[in-house]
Design a protein around this ligand. Sequence first.
Ligand code: FES
Length: 489
Amino acid sequence: MKRPRFAKAASAGIGRIEKASSLDKPSYAVETAIARPSQIAGSPAEKAGNVLHGTWYGHPLHPMLVTLPIGAWTFAFGLDLLAVLGLRSKGVERSAELALKAGAAGAVVAAAAGLADWQHTNGRDRRVGTAHALVNTTSLALHLASVALRDRGHLGRGRLASAAGWACLLVGGYLGGHMVYRRQIGVDHADRSPEPRDFQAVLPVSELEEDRPLRVEIRDEDTRQNIGVVLVRHRGRVQAMGARCSHMGGPLDQGWVLNGSLVCPWHGSRYDLESGWPTSGPSTCPQPRYEVRLRDGMVEIRREQEPGDEIVTAADIDKVPPLPDGVSFSKKANEVLFEHHELIRQLFKAIKNTPRDDPQRRDLMRILASELEIHEHVEDHIFYPAVYSVSEDVPIAHSEHRQLADLLAKTLKLNTATQEFEEHLQALYSAMDHHAGSEERSMFQEAQRLGDARLRKMGQELERMLEEQRTSRAQRMFRDLKIRLLEGL
Ligand code: FES
């Protein structure tokens, strides 16, 4: 079995850092050194903290600021490389030094934002964060040393120092990437289920006490999870937001109300009860919000849509305009596509049942490739745009098409008589069957919301396009050429 050696070695290295408890004592001493003055300064320090976290702009600030040293120091490194390769001029030298200084200034600001976020980490994440800070501080020191050496006329040594600093930057970036992409520090931890799409009764109003957060749960059948929602009665109104804190997943239902905000018990982020937006960090991301109404003594909630949400609601379905009376076509779109799925399944069977050394296997493989391509084309051009307003499955269906195209390209390159081809053919079949099966189980059902007449009209358009794709000389030539190119001519 192939092993990604670098990834394994890096993962083992980071694992050692994560277990390095010797980093804890100094790191908590640093945290105390940051926390005490802020506690003494009070509100101005809190405001400064919110600026550094990025609470004011809705995203962590640190990732944006790190682009300053990365960009400037990489630019300087590139100029040094050009100079070493022979492009020497005073202008290049001056530009490199200027970039080093600009990068150093950016690094200091980025470090301040990073420090503000880091103080709220603990355990293994804090240790990796400490290592990340130490490596980046070394990088800063080397870049500053480079500037000093260049100023004293030691250009060669200055370039060596900044090259070493740039290498440290890569290591620091790797550690930072581990914290975000592997350990999910700084990403949104709230549950953003679209449920409930319509008002759902969750609790008798009488059970809510003023300013006492209470957790209720709703069910998301798609993900098969229960989603926690925290209800708060405040000044006579009931408010609802996601119970899992977007900062690091703290239980907001165990928090408390202060100045019209709900405070997270873990790191003290405060969320405005009316809007769900953080009024104070470290959180930068709003909580999912729910509309609330009181009916028959019960609290009913409905998920509020967020900008960019692609959630299908009953209101969206009502917006689908009806077709005029008297319009009638034969098959519905889902029936046409289902038939095509079946044809593709039969083609797979035919290839499997053809002896390995029979050259007909290659011909059948080309027909299969052609039909898969046609299928993707008609779905992308007719079906998906039409069902987008009534089904949330379209984005994943596009991803599955890409997955199928990649697998098909790999399979076409193989000798059809080999075991490797058999394995790839099976993988391709599994990917196709999964894609077709999930459309048949979910998207085709949701498409019924478009109405019978519209689906039949679309069915006719699909049949027309299928026919056109198969019979058009130009389309056939283009497809054949593509298949031959994928086969390696
Ligand atoms: S989990 Fe950190 S503030 Fe809520």
